[in-house]
Design a protein around this ligand. Structure first.
Ligand SMILES: N=CN[C@@H](CCC(=O)O)C(=O)O
Length: 414
């Protein structure tokens, strides 16, 4: 019986296991474990062994062989640890205004921005939201992204935050990608809430979060700390109370102005995301911190703004992850590999740093311990690129896509 459940996949020209690389700070490419003519043995969705293909074949003659006949480089599936792919409508109008020179915040003040997506998302049925999530998640899966965080935050009242999180839960049953939900009811102080920002956050704490816990819709809470959203003084008590209710914390921090990263570290957030406005002073805070610094080049591309200082953050010892921020406003593209490749050219990130940021460091941002590395016991989420040289993956700046993708050891794209 056991013999039938083992599967040996290979031979691969190269397998980058991502094993043995530290969680924090800079990484040079010579730290990458690159196995040549390699295979991977899986069983029941987990990795049993990784090594030379012929050696594995002789050690496990009973394994069913899934033969790879062409040149391929195998990597762990990517983990996109920050998205907003549950939304209704489009914000093409905002984009066209931005490329005419209007800023994100100006557009938000004049009726566009996040609030416009809130109105469009409230109008959408749960089925429409589900269909949108499934289609975006499947596109990501096709491009090698096997785990995807998905935020609410376009509902901003009890009914519609629950509708978004329920749509994410339903979509998770219908896509082969793994979806991890986050409650971002604190995305904005809603225009139609009859009270100030603090009163709104109290409402979220007393009404929305208990219901989310009761229905087990999410165990993660996020807040947007920014002049246009919530202040540090408003956010800290909110985050501390959410943590006391058992939620893991993540923060939208330092996108346009600073203060958010420091607050995220202070409350023990698992990650602080954005960081485009962070400088030397903020980067130095990450030296002794376990908070993951998640950079979002897709938002910089969508807004035509500077990238987060990923090189500086790594030089300061941060654990840096890269995510797509896929959303209808600031980051509509949703191509994680392309964004990471373009960021690496500007920020001078090594291939090892980019792949770490898309795999096991992104897993840390989601508190996941069994994904992002190809090693015994880990989930067999993997992707194979049609090349014999791993350096070509970033070289083609996102145009080289995986030819095969496996989720839980099963081929989901070929
Ligand atoms: N910055 C705040 N939230 C999103 C943008 C959402 C939107 O513009 O709709 C982000 O992560 O970029």
């Amino acid at each position: 019986m056991e013999k039938e459940t083992h599967k040996l996949i290979g031979p691969f020209s190269q397998i980058l296991t991502m094993e043995g690389i530290k969680m924090h700070g800079s990484v040079s490419d010579d730290q990458l474990v690159c196995l040549e003519n390699a295979g991977i043995l899986t069983k029941a969705g987990r990795i049993e062994d990784v090594g030379n293909f012929e050696t594995l074949r002789s050690l496990h003659p009973y394994a069913i062989v899934e033969q790879i006949d062409q040149e391929r480089v195998l990597l762990p599936g990517f983990i996109d640890c920050h998205t907003h792919i549950c939304f209704g409508g489009s914000r093409a109008k905002d984009y066209s205004l931005r490329i005419q020179g209007r800023s994100y915040l100006e557009i938000a003040k004049s009726g566009g921005g996040i609030w416009d997506s809130v109105l469009q998302t409230r109008k959408a049925s749960i089925q429409q939201l589900e269909a949108g999530i499934i289609s975006r998640a499947n596109r990501h899966l096709h491009e090698g992204v096997t785990t995807i965080e998905v935020k609410s935050g376009y509902g901003l009242d009890l009914e519609h935050e629950l509708k978004q999180l329920t749509a994410i839960r339903n979509a998770n049953q219908k896509t082969k990608a793994d979806l991890i939900s986050t409650c971002l009811a604190a995305h904005l102080h809603p225009k139609d809430f009859g009270g100030n920002a603090t009163a709104y956050l109290e409402f979220v704490l007393q009404t929305i979060l208990p219901e989310i816990s009761r229905q087990k819709l999410s165990n993660r809470v996020d807040i947007f700390i920014e002049q246009s959203a919530f202040s540090v003084e408003e956010a800290i008590p909110y985050l501390n109370k959410a943590a006391a209710m058992g939620f893991n914390l993540t923060v939208h921090a330092d996108q346009f102005s600073t203060g958010g990263l420091k607050a995220a570290i202070q409350v023990g957030a698992i990650s602080a995301d954005h960081l485009e406005a962070s400088g030397e002073a903020e980067a130095s805070l990450l030296d002794q911190s376990s908070t993951v610094a998640v950079v979002l080049p897709g938002a910089s591309l969508g807004l035509g703004m500077s990238y987060a200082p990923a090189r500086l953050l790594l030089n300061n010892g941060a654990c840096v992850a890269i995510a797509s921020d896929w959303n209808p406003g600031s980051a509509p593209m949703g191509d994680l590999l392309m964004q990471a490749a373009v960021l690496s050219a500007s920020e001078k990130l090594t291939t090892a740093e980019v792949f770490a940021a898309l795999t096991f460091r992104a897993a840390k941002a989601l508190n996941i311990v069994d994904k992002g590395v190809l090693a015994k016991g880990m989930v067999a989420d993997m992707q194979a690129y049609p090349t014999a040289d791993y350096r070509e993956i970033l070289y083609y700046q996102g145009k080289l896509k995986p030819a095969e993708v496996w989720k839980d050891g099963r081929l989901v794209k070929n």
